[in-house]
Structures are given as structure tokens and as C-alpha cells.
Design a protein around this ligand. Sequence first.
Ligand code: P6P
Length: 333
Amino acid sequence: MSPAPLTLDRFILEEQKSFPGSTGELSLLLMRLGVAGKRIANALARAGLTGALGVAGSENVQGEEQKKLDVLANEILLETFDYGGLVTLAASEEMEEPFVYRGSLDQGRYAVLFDPMDGSSNIDCNGTLGTIFSIRHRRDGTVRDLLRSGREQVAAGYVLFGPAVILVYTSGEGVHLFTLDPAIGEFLLTRRDLRMPERGKGYAVNEGRSHRWPPAVRAFVERLKTPEPGSGRVYSTRYSASMVADVHRFLLEGGIYLYPGDGKSADRDGGGKLRVLYECHPLAFVVEHAGGRASTGTAKVLDVSPETLHERMPLAIGSRAEVDLFDQFVARG
Ligand code: P6P
């Protein structure tokens, strides 16, 4: 008999054995994120048929226009943790304050943070986008539980909605990739212990905003576009308007994603667009556990403890060689 497929649930339960004394609650959370990913994938695939494309007529906390699927994906994720008493707090790009699960205040040991639809400008044009998630320990059950170092994350990952639906996560013991088999409705393990190439051949940045970048960042991007002496090697541009899609490409192929600060924002290191807690921290957690790096230019992303829930930071994330080079350019100024 052919071996049973290694489903997400089976993999998680088998991995759990290496955590003696584990309560199994984190395993349950990760399995539930798989279910949420399947529900969001279904809503995305059918959006054009169900009138779920387009804008919701509201704005998020950043003043960005919300798409209907931003709102729906957020609702699906909130529902996902609204039973079983596992989670006390949920925070999202789509909500000004954390959602408190009243029934779990005295028992929920975890807090979950998410960007429900990262790259939602790609929804109506059928582009690739994803849901980013981060799991932390609950402490006193307030927002203070969330304003902590990225290294305190218990697990992080994303669901990527492209030609295939995939789920990538790490709980600190390797980065693992699962591909949804629509025939059986299960995520199946397709890559175990992913390692990011030490060096890449692509870069992703919105060069239409280069007039806002600090000179050092402009110099770095020009360096990537300059043929290498001898080999003539240059990098290729690979910007999709969805950070999670670009970072996933570089996780497999090597390369660097940049969203520089404009040097003016009051946020850390001149701010930028990307949020620390539910975009930068979780992707940095995945990338670092796969051997890559994530930097603001002056600090490691995972070392940063934000002061506010929706704080932003400039971001350079990807292969060690390219992020190291970026930091060298920023250090030179
Ligand atoms: P711009 C999506 O809104 C996002 O947060 C990232 O996923 C993406 O890389 C970036 O913003 C796109 O922003 O300014 O290039 O449109």
C-alpha cells in the first residue's frame, strides 16, 4: 500500500512529539490556520462569481481603502480562534485595537496577529497574494503582550494564494511547505526544512517610489542593476505588489525584497509602509529560520520591539548576501 499522504495535521502532531510536555494547543492553532487558509482560498477563487471583488467602502487603520475580501478574510480569521479557549487576543491590519476573546480571558494562552490579505491590490486582477500570521504567548491579556521582540514569536508563517494554495510555517524547528490538494481538501507536505539560498538573482522593490528613498538605498539598488565586472551578472526585477509572494519567491530562489523608509516618518528608522507586528516580524521569523536575514538597515527586524500596535518599519529581507550588502550601503550613508 502506498504511504499515506503527510497531511498538515499529521505532520504537526508528529512534530509535536519533539516537544515533550506539549499541551498540543499550538498544534491545534496551526491546524486551524490551515482551515482558515482553505476558507479564504475558496472565497478568493469564487470572488468573481459571488460579487466579492472590489472595495468594501471602508478604510483600515492606515487609511487604506479596504477590499471586500480584506474584511471577509479578517472575519474568517477571527472566527477561527473564537472557540476552544486557546486564544485571548487577535490583532490585525484591519482592526484599530486587538480583538479580545472574552470567553478566553482567563484561559487563552496565545495571541494571534495577522495581515489577512497581504497584497489585496492584486485581488481584482487575479494576482498572487497571501495571509500572514504570527503566534505569540498571552501574558496579561492586553496589547502589551504584542509590543515585544519578534524573537518571542512561538510560530509564524503564511498562506499563499497563487496557481496553487500553499502554507508555509515554522515553530522554530525548520521551515516547512505544504501544498493544498483540492481533490481531498488537505495541505500535504511538499518541502521540509526549507533553506534560503545564500545569494540570489532577483530583487523586489517599487522603483516608482525611488524619489522618496534615502540616497544609500538608491545606491544599493543601482548596484544590483550594475553588471558585475567579469561575469556581467545583473539582478532581475521581481516585484509583484504582494510582499508575501515576493518573499516566498526569494525563500526558494534567493534574492531580496525591499520596502525602504522615506526618511521622514516618525516611525522607526524613517518608517515605511510595512507593519512590524503582522508583516515584518512573521516573515522575518520564517526567513531567519531558513537561513536568510531581515533588517531595517540599522537593526535586525526580529530584535525590534514596537511601541505601538501598527508601527511600521523599513524592510530589507531575503538572502544573507544581499541583505548584508544592503546594510553595508546604509552604514556608509
Ligand atoms: P506599493 C501590500 O499592500 C504591501 O503591504 C506589500 O505586500 C507590498 O509589497 C506593498 O504593500 C506594495 O506597496 O507602495 O508598492 O503599492
